[in-house]
Design a protein around this ligand. Structure first.
Ligand code: GCO
Ligand code: MG
Length: 402
């Protein structure tokens, strides 16, 4: 089963997506997501100039060898651009393999470990009262788990305060827009939000919060401690994780569960965090961390330490990543939760898919492959639209982590 064609499709149905399509001589094709939010074109060039020519003529069934070829063969390892390109190839090849076997992808991975995949939605509000209302709307839709973010008085456009009810699109400007940050004010506000949420809705639902890399390890430990009475499902990205050791300090001071990894590319980014049991959930996902082939290795390492998965699933991960992640989640023994930020109707039309939502769970379909396709004619109607993620600055102008 030789690869005849490999090409990149860029489309912007509401936001930008980069998709790789691989076609075999037999006419079976597979697609993979290669979207890198705000830096999309770097992956397009990496794929078109350096990866696609290497694929032509290879046996599409040799997924592992092709993965190793692209990882070792480039000499320059890891990094978001390389690993997204590898992920796109890997997912397209798994799609082809599963279609050829006439099986949904989860069957090839080892079959079902569960009936359905628990997801969390994003509740956002300009202030605490609005966020409490937004959480109520998710509860009414049947969600079991909800991430809650609120505006912070005195902070311009604090992280996570969305435009739009069911999804939030941070890449909102041609060149990065400037938002504000103030840790003191955040530490005054976030615990009050969760106090109000538990007072209003009780303790039956899972509540999550994203710190989006804003706190120092000491501040993060303090936040984790203050949130303990509200029993969070997780506190995410509470400090940057380039220095994995930083989590030791946080861990010594709080039992609030910690989640990290949406910007990780390989197992090496989380090796120490996992082996020292410094986190509870690993957020690496299909498109970010080298596809199914590599994410499976991360999940297996995590399982040795009772660390569970929590795949990143924001709107900048295309339906192709969501569909593939759902097959992965349906199989992976140490599943924790799946993030589910809904896509716009325009995006859903360009990427027809067979997964469905039912009362707080997503269910992957039974179509052979990963169950997501691309309507190329429709995709061509939405040309690339230059957008970047915002940045954050402190009151005195100091550049901070967004
Ligand atoms: C999350 C995230 C995202 C990121 C986005 C960046 O937990 O869903 O932090 O919303 O900000 O994926 O492109
Ligand atoms: Mg996050």
């Amino acid at each position: 089963m030789r690869i005849k064609d490999a090409r990149v499709i860029v489309t912007s149905p509401g936001r930008n997506f980069v998709t790789l399509k691989i076609v075999t001589e037999e006419g079976v094709y597979g697609i993979g997501d290669a979207t890198l939010n705000g830096r999309e074109k770097s992956v397009v060039a990496y794929l078109e100039d350096h990866v696609c020519p290497l694929l032509i003529g290879r046996d599409a069934r040799q997924i592992e060898d092709i993965w190793q070829l692209l990882y070792r063969g480039a000499y320059w390892r890891r990094g978001p651009v390389t690993m997204r390109a590898i992920a796109a190839v890997d997912v397209a090849l798994w799609d082809i393999k599963a279609k050829s076997a006439d099986m949904p992808l989860y069957q090839l991975l080892g079959g079902r470990s569960r009936e359905k995949v628990m997801v969390y939605g994003h509740a956002n509000g300009g202030d605490i009262a609005e966020t409490v209302d937004a959480v109520g709307q998710y509860i009414d839709m049947g969600y079991k788990a909800i991430r809650a973010q609120t505006g912070i008085p005195g902070v311009k456009d604090a992280y996570g305060v969305g435009r739009g009810k069911l999804f939030y699109e941070p890449a909102d400007a041609t060149l990065a827009s400037v938002t504000g940050w103030d840790t003191r004010k955040a530490l005054n506000t976030v615990p009050k939000l969760f106090e109000m949420l538990r007072a209003t809705y009780g303790f039956d639902h899972h509540l999550l919060h994203d710190g989006h890399h804003r706190y120092t390890p000491q501040e993060a430990a303090n936040l984790g401690k203050m949130l303990e009475p509200y029993q969070l499902f997780w506190l995410e990205d509470v400090t940057p994780a380039e220095n994995q050791e930083a989590f030791k300090l946080i861990r010594q001071h709080t039992v609030t569960p910690l989640a990290v990894g949406e910007i990780f590319n390989t197992i090496w980014d989380c090796k120490d965090l996992i082996q020292n049991q410094l986190i509870d959930y690993i957020r690496a996902t299909i498109v970010g961390a080298g596809g199914v082939t590599h994410l499976r290795r991360i999940a297996d390492l995590a399982s040795l330490y009772q660390i569970r998965t929590g795949c990143h699933g924001a709107t900048d991960l295309s339906p192709v990543t969501m569909g593939t992640a759902l097959h992965f989640d349906t199989w992976v023994p140490n599943f924790g939760i799946q993030e589910y930020m809904r896509h716009s109707p325009e995006t859903d039309d360009v990427f027809p898919h067979d997964y469905s939502f039912d009362k707080g769970f997503l269910i992957c379909g039974e179509t052979p492959g990963h169950g997501v396709d691309i309507n190329e004619e429709l995709a061509a109607k939405y040309p690339y639209d230059q957008r970047q993620l915002p940045i954050a600055r402190l009151e005195d102008g100091t550049m901070w982590n967004w």
